[in-house]
Design a protein around this ligand. Structure first.
Ligand code: IPE
Ligand code: IPE
Ligand code: MG
Length: 248
């Protein structure tokens, strides 16, 4: 690629990159297009990003595709977004499987439309033994809902005598979140200039490096990805500790 000032350190790549793909609507509006056209273009970028992230060697990728709060959008836009998810799974699942991608969907399942739930199950069961990139799609996802569902599950286990309240540790909570088994994101990237999490991976973000870039999601590309990972690599991660040799 041309114009890349910083070489990436391949030994210090994030092991889990999570992306808030934002700005489809504003991208479309700026071009006099419908919001849905921004979402269509956004899906193409999603596809390309899965490839780019895999090629870079990042093993876990989470993409925020529909939040529990996005149901408050106009019904037509919701229909378009549901249609795109279905289209993505139907059209891309076979190829993702061929590329050894393991697909997981995180988010609330019990209130999903009838034509979506079976597709999600199929995507997960077909690819469950794959050993390449783990791709988590956050769909009908909200952190507060995820944590509340986790709390309810543990409370039920306590009522049934399977665990005692003292057993509830951060590790046990992690094992009961939708993201169980996948390391917490090292890096959360949000496009479109907004600087907030919007209910995304709030537990898991405890020590994530947050990277905010101005580009709208439909303009995201390999160069933007490279620059964002370079920004991540410039950060000093301390986890509350003190660096060896730091001035006292
Ligand atoms: C992100 O783009 C896609 C979803 C939230 C589904 P937006 O639709 O939020 O676009 P903006 O933020 O209105 O520009
Ligand atoms: C977050 O973006 C959700 C997704 C990208 C799927 P929003 O556009 O819904 O977030 P807010 O409303 O700007 O916080
Ligand atoms: Mg938005």
């Amino acid at each position: 690629m041309d114009g890349q000032a910083t070489e990436l350190n391949k030994t210090r790549l994030p092991q889990h990159l999570a992306i808030i793909m934002d700005g489809n609507g504003r991208w479309a509006k700026a071009r006099g297009m419908m919001r849905t056209q921004g979402h269509h273009r956004g899906l193409e970028i999603l596809r390309q990003t899965v490839r780019d992230v895999g090629e870079l060697g990042i093993p876990n990728l989470t993409l925020y595709s529909f939040s529990s709060e996005n149901w408050s959008r106009p019904q037509q836009e919701i229909n378009d977004l549901m249609g795109l998810l279905k289209y993505f799974i139907r059209k891309d699942l076979a190829e993702l499987h061929t590329e050894n991608v393991k697909v997981r969907i995180i988010g609330r399942r019990d209130d999903l439309p009838d034509d979506i739930a079976p597709l999600i199950d199929e995507a997960e069961s077909l690819t469950k033994d794959n050993t390449g990139l783990t791709l988590m799609i956050a769909f009908n996802y909200g952190s507060q809902d995820e944590i509340a569902r986790c709390a309810a599950k543990l409370a039920q286990q306590a009522v049934e005598g399977e665990i005692s309240p003292d057993d509830i540790t951060p590790e046990l909570i992690e094992k009961n979140l939708d993201t169980a088994g996948v390391p917490a994101p090292d890096m959360i990237l949000r496009t479109s200039g907004e600087q907030r999490l919007s209910n995304f991976l709030m537990w898991q973000a405890a020590y994530a490096e947050l990277v905010f870039i101005d580009c709208h999601w439909p303009d995201f590309n390999a160069q933007e990805l490279h620059n964002a990972v370079a920004e991540y690599q410039s950060r000093d991660r301390r986890y509350g500790g003190v660096k060896e040799g730091a001035a006292s």
